[in-house]
Design a protein around this ligand. Structure first.
Ligand SMILES: [Zn+2]
Length: 232
């Protein structure tokens, strides 16, 4: 697949990174976010769901407690990347069931958040990133603000089918080398302890595999710029 290197100096803020779940921003965009902050770009973060569905069978972390923990982890991970809690917003929509929320309700809530700092660019999981909540986010978030977006990949490399990737006419593929920011990205991912084995009493609960973390830290990060919009 043909690709070009993404130069963060060509991106101006405010940049909003939209995460359906706490950890998507770290896994998908941690290096780029660290680079943007380092160059002085204003970066904001928006969390769509409460993240409370990752361990539905846990007795020690029932949903409300888990959601509170995940919000705390999210803010800690953002701080590692240089994004202060004052530049974040969390909508608390239902994890695992974003597609069941009326799209216009998602759009309205996202628009209210974006009004805190009108975005010049939105980073959002690619429309066919293979997770139902990620896919459900694309249209309603794009409808919230008339601004360029870059789709980012969380699960595409590991789990995506051929048809999930952008076709040539659909989007330009941009890559971002994680090497200069690997340690920062690793620390941001590590903040999400609930996804890394902290919760032991739900065998069916979700754990980020070592392979997934390795892939996120090896990179490159992938961004897809849909044609028919300008991003500068
Ligand atoms: Zn996610």
């Amino acid at each position: 697949m043909e690709s070009v290197a993404l130069n963060p100096a060509t991106l101006s803020g405010p940049v909003w990174v939209v995460a359906p779940h706490p950890d998507d921003e770290a896994l998908g965009c941690g290096a780029l976010l660290a680079a943007l902050v380092a160059q002085g770009t204003e970066v904001w973060a928006l969390l769509l769901t409460d993240g409370g569905f990752s361990h539905p069978g846990s007795r020690t972390y029932p949903r409300v407690r888990l959601a509170a923990l995940r919000l705390e982890e999210w803010r800690r991970g953002l701080q590692v990347l240089g994004i202060s809690p004052e530049r974040s917003a969390a909508l608390g929509l239902p994890d695992g069931a974003l597609a069941a929320v009326p799209p216009e309700q998602v759009t309205a809530a996202v628009r209210r958040a974006f009004q805190l700092a009108p975005p010049a660019l939105v980073l959002l999981p690619w429309q066919r990133d293979p997770h139902p909540d990620h896919r459900a986010a694309w249209e309603p978030v794009r409808a919230a603000w008339n601004t360029p977006v870059l789709g980012y990949s969380v699960w595409l490399t590991g789990r995506g089918a051929a048809a999930d990737w952008p076709v040539a006419a659909e989007a330009q593929v941009l890559t971002f080398d994680v090497t200069p920011h690997r340690r920062t990205k690793a620390a941001a991912i590590a903040a999400h302890r609930s996804q890394l084995g902290l919760i032991q009493d739900d065998p069916s609960g979700f754990t980020l595999s070592a392979e997934m973390v390795d892939r996120a830290l090896t990179g490159p990060e992938l961004y897809f710029r849909p044609y028919g919009q300008s991003v500068d």
